[in-house]
Write a protein of this length. Structure first.
Length: 598
């Protein structure tokens, strides 16, 4: 009787594959639900369509690979779920703080995993997430210890499965990414090029990442367009006012201030005269205005790259982390132009020099020295998550104090103002608590704003201190100051009545200014792009603009002229193509002479 109830051998052999198939189906549901929750939508929106299947495929392949390697069914499932949970938690946090989903380019962050990176990421982890991760990790350890094997010893199916899975990436590379590009092509995934969030909504995060992977293969292969360059060079150029001749080559200090913008741009904030007095004093005396930057809430190095190289990020749409993706021994930059004029060049940043691969990138740009965290005194002041802006100013002053007859260029990158701001440390709680907040804002928005405003007030104070120091030295100087991007103020933007210009936070500009020791009057309120700032610095210093920088100045004058709006598309397309030549070190085409030299 017992033998008649026992399943037949074929039935017994089918149990394990059926169980694995059931778990694969459950895995596809679980990962899609995580995907939807990370986006803040209902768990089964767009379920069971093409995007659902394409999104499930990489998780299924990972599950099968782990099963073949570990020979544990539950362990393979748990490890896959752990990887998926980490991915979707990162997506949730990035959308929450930076308003952008995880993208394939974020894989470069994994190459930067050292103590500074882990410290930065840990600032964003609050609530139940760490406990949930520990619980899942304990389940993984228990499964690895007690779960029986799925395949029999010396099982042929196990090794066949493993061989097939390992052959997939090799075959994809050998075929020129053919099958991946067909599976993850834009029409099937309903890719929305101008909206990464909608792309993820339609096809899932994993699908979007693999689509990006296909695109990244040709990130730096975008050619220059001779027709776009010719059209740009044919545009009439308004003459520029003649700059006064400088008596000597000035020292140049450029300060990139972390997450700095003027909150007076918010409708709820009427005035910031008391919060940012030095910014407003400098705007009244120097060349200043607003600046379009290529990032929001994070991605400091994108703005930094544009300023230092003059290359718009839009010239390479698939390029998100230039210091990591451009592996060249020489990167043309403002440093090279200043070296040719006899300058010594220093970069200063109070963080690990390897963060974002700055040490290698700055060497390729030609900086004579990079002063990073390890070069700061052990007792350097901390404020916020990192070293204070006052410690950065002290290092700038120390470099300039050692300057001799040779003019000096200092590129200083601050970090005190880094978020997140809900729980960011402040050294002076009384000063923070005195900052006024609009009536009616909820407590979380008021706290976030005060924390942020406290740190940019410190940045403004250091701007005034550095300005006073440069004037007291008695040597000619040019001081540039700008914000790298707007901060990710989650609660403030939700509570405020919007911005004065009616645009979203992600479309806002940052302030920039140039102060010279000559004290000459300059036009106010100009709008530029971050890639123009290097040319502005050269002009303010009374230096010739070599090659590409002369063409950037040409673009600047056209956009600032009476026909700037009508010529905008032609200018940007021409500069993007010229920037590709510039980055490759190729000669610039000769431009027709128009107007006086700037």
């Amino acid at each position: 009787m017992g033998n008649r109830l026992r399943p037949s051998r074929p039935a017994r052999l089918a149990i394990k594959p059926a169980l694995a198939a059931a778990l694969l189906f459950g895995l596809s549901l679980a990962t899609w639900a995580m995907d939807r929750v990370s986006l803040g939508v209902q768990p089964m929106v767009y379920a069971f369509g093409y995007g659902y299947m394409a999104n499930a495929l990489p998780f299924a392949l990972l599950f099968l690979l782990l099963l073949a390697l570990c020979n544990r069914l539950l362990l393979a499932l748990l490890l896959t779920l752990l990887a998926a949970a980490a991915l979707y938690l990162a997506n949730y946090l990035k959308l929450r703080y930076l308003l952008q989903p995880v993208q394939f380019s974020d894989v470069f962050v994994l190459r930067e995993l050292h103590l500074s990176t882990l410290h930065l990421l840990s600032n964003y982890l609050h609530g139940p997430w760490p406990l949930a991760g520990v619980a899942l990790l304990l389940a993984v350890l228990a499964s690895a210890r007690y779960e029986p094997g799925f395949f029999r010893a010396r099982s042929l199916p196990r090794w066949v499965l493993l061989a097939l899975l390992l052959a997939l990436p090799v075959g994809n590379l050998a075929s020129g990414r053919a099958w991946a590009s067909r599976l993850y092509e834009p029409v099937r995934l309903r890719v929305v090029p101008w909206s990464p969030v909608l792309t993820v909504l339609h096809g899932g995060l994993a699908s979007a990442l693999l689509y990006d992977d296909v695109q990244y293969a040709s990130a730096l292969r975008r050619p220059a367009d001779p027709a776009a360059i010719a059209a740009f060079l044919r545009l009439p150029v308004p003459p520029a006012p003649a700059a006064p001749a400088a008596p000597a080559k000035p020292d140049i200090v450029v300060v990139q201030s972390e997450s700095f913008f003027d909150p007076a741009a918010l409708r709820d904030i009427a005035d910031t005269a008391e919060l940012l007095p030095n910014l407003q004093r400098a705007q009244a005396q120097g060349l200043s205005g607003t600046m379009t930057v290529p990032t929001f809430g994070g991605g400091t190095l994108r703005t930094e790259f544009e300023v230092l190289t003059g290359v718009p990020m839009s010239a390479y749409p698939e390029l998100d982390f230039p210091y990591l993706q451009i592996n060249r021994p020489h990167i043309p930059s403002l440093v090279q132009a200043l070296h040719d004029d006899g300058y010594a060049a220093y970069a200063v940043h109070p963080n690990d020099g390897n963060f974002w691969n700055r040490r290698k990138a700055f060497a390729a740009m030609g900086f004579d020295r990079f002063v990073s965290l390890q070069d700061f005194p052990q007792d350097a002041r901390h404020d916020g998550w990192y070293l204070a802006d006052s410690a950065l100013t002290a290092q700038i002053e120390a470099l300039l104090d050692k300057a001799t007859a040779r003019p000096v260029f200092v590129m200083a990158i601050s970090i005190e103002g880094h978020g997140p701001y809900a729980e960011v440390p402040v050294a002076d709680h009384a000063a923070r608590d005195r900052i006024p907040v609009p009536a009616g804002w909820p407590a979380d928005a008021a706290n976030e704003y005060r924390n942020y405003a406290y740190h940019i007030a410190n940045a403004d104070r250091e701007l005034g201190r550095l300005w006073d120091y440069l004037r007291a030295r008695g040597r000619p100087f040019v001081l540039a100051f700008y914000g790298d991007h707007l901060p990710g103020l989650e609660h403030v933007y939700a509570s405020a009545a919007g911005f004065d210009d009616g645009r979203e936070a992600t479309a806002q500009s940052v302030p920039w200014l140039l102060i010279g020791s000559d004290g000459g009057a300059r036009p106010q309120g100009r709008h530029i792009h971050a890639w123009m700032l290097g040319s502005e610095v050269l002009g303010a210093a009374g230096l010739d603009r070599p090659g590409y920088y002369a063409l950037v100045d040409r673009a600047d004058r056209i956009l600032a002229g009476p026909d700037g709006a009508a010529s905008r598309a032609t200018v940007l397309q021409g500069i993007e193509s010229l920037a590709r030549l510039h980055l490759l070190g190729q000669p610039m085409p000769a431009a027709p002479r128009a107007g006086s030299a700037r």
